[in-house]
Write a protein that binds this ligand. Structure first.
Ligand code: CP3
Length: 347
């Protein structure tokens, strides 16, 4: 239930210090789990899989049953919004493919009215809500406008983000119209998730780290602040987590200026910076290297201990610095759950 502060994850997001940190993992549902691979085989089209509530709810619940995380992240994908606005989307072995938008056509082929296509996601939320243990928070999410725009303009993953940056540099007013459409779509989509029962929402800004400061202001901070404000007007008690992956020195301005409740730390954010400069502004979430989880053993144990020792005295949710890698042995996640259940070691 929104605002239900009894859940440990919500207490930590509100800045409360807990004896053991609540945890969840980005990409905690997915290919590293054999039960996910079996479920996924029932619907070869990934977009259809995401938009089939019974399957998506089952994928959401699988990691909770196995590992008992404090947060369940809704199973969906950030690119469903691009498809709902009118772009064709498919997923192949090389990742997502979209019919690239360009600066000449602009947003003429897109329409906000299409977001009713995301209604099945709200049904997934209701199914998850009904099945989750009462202490487990349900986390909704969306991509940030900038990150979703990179995929919409590049037509998929990119190495240098040339097309999307060229558009933003040469025609900032035209590009602003795309970002504006995404701000509206994302605010409506996250509002729908909250109305259906998510407890908190996360904005994934996977490509926040590729912009110079002036463009970071326009295309990352400003749209994030507007989505946050729109959500807070309607749902003042629902926490908003921002994850500006790769933002480096701009992490601090993001935490200070967007108004978000908690900030997702990527793997490279130094723990001293997180503790001294970020945790005083918002709760923090992170930031174990996904490869340390894959590697397991003593390195995993050491990394978990140092993250907890550094961040455990303030608002803190344990997570990875990016998503679980498909090669990760599920036993390592079980080991992580055991480590996090122990009292903190400050030696
Ligand atoms: O468990 C969870 O975290 C919830 C579900 C979730 C998925 N994608 C499912 C998924 C979430 C929160 C996402 C977010 C997402 N999607 C991001 C932001 C986080 C990040 O990784 O930076 C991005 C950039 C995407 C776009 C996307 N979706 C890509 C680039 C790919 C292909 C690469 C890959 O990792 O597979 C996807 C596909 C995807 N999204 C899968 C899953 C489980 C794999 C598809 C499959 O099962 O075949």
């Amino acid at each position: 239930m929104p605002g239900d502060k009894a859940k440990p994850l919500l207490r930590a997001l509100a800045g409360e210090v807990l004896a053991r940190p609540p945890w969840w993992l980005m990409r905690q549902a997915g290919r590293y789990l054999p039960e996910y691979r079996a479920l996924r085989a029932r619907s070869p089209n990934f977009v259809e899989f995401c938009l089939t509530p019974a399957l998506a709810a089952e994928a959401t619940l699988q990691p909770i049953r196995r590992f008992g995380m404090d947060g369940a992240i809704l199973f969906a994908d950030i690119l469903l919004v691009a498809q709902a606005l009118g772009q064709r989307l498919s997923f192949g072995d090389d990742g997502p493919r979209l019919d690239a938008l360009d600066e000449h056509a602009g947003i003429a082929g897109l329409s906000l009215a299409g977001i009713v296509a995301l209604d099945p996601v709200y049904e997934t939320v209701r199914l998850c809500r009904a099945a989750l243990p009462p202490q487990t928070a349900l986390i909704g999410f969306a991509g940030s406008p900038w990150t979703v725009a990179t995929y919409m303009v590049e037509g998929g993953a990119s190495r240098d983000f040339r097309q999307v940056k060229i558009w933003a540099y040469r025609d900032p007013a035209g590009f602003a119209a795309l970002i504006e459409l995404l701000v509206e779509a994302t605010s409506a989509y996250l509002s729908g998730q909250i109305e259906a029962g998510v407890d908190a929402v996360q904005l994934f800004d996977s490509w926040a780290g590729i912009l110079p400061e002036a463009e970071f202001d326009c295309w990352v901070i400003e749209p994030t602040r507007r989505i946050r404000d729109a959500l807070k007007r309607r749902f003042p008690t629902v926490p908003v987590i921002g994850f500006p992956r790769g933002a480096g020195h701009l992490y601090e301005r993001y935490a200070a200026e967007t108004g978000i409740d908690a900030i997702g730390l990527d793997t490279m954010v130094p723990l001293s910076v997180a503790r001294e400069r970020l945790q005083s502004l918002t709760a923090v979430q992170g930031n174990l290297d996904p490869v340390a989880l894959l590697a397991g053993g003593a390195a995993l144990e050491r990394a978990v201990a140092s993250i907890r020792a550094a961040l455990g005295d303030g608002g803190f949710v344990f997570n990875l610095g990016h998503g679980v890698l498909p090669q990760t042995p599920p036993e390592h996640v079980a080991e992580l759950a055991r480590l996090l259940a122990q009292p903190v070691d400050r030696t």
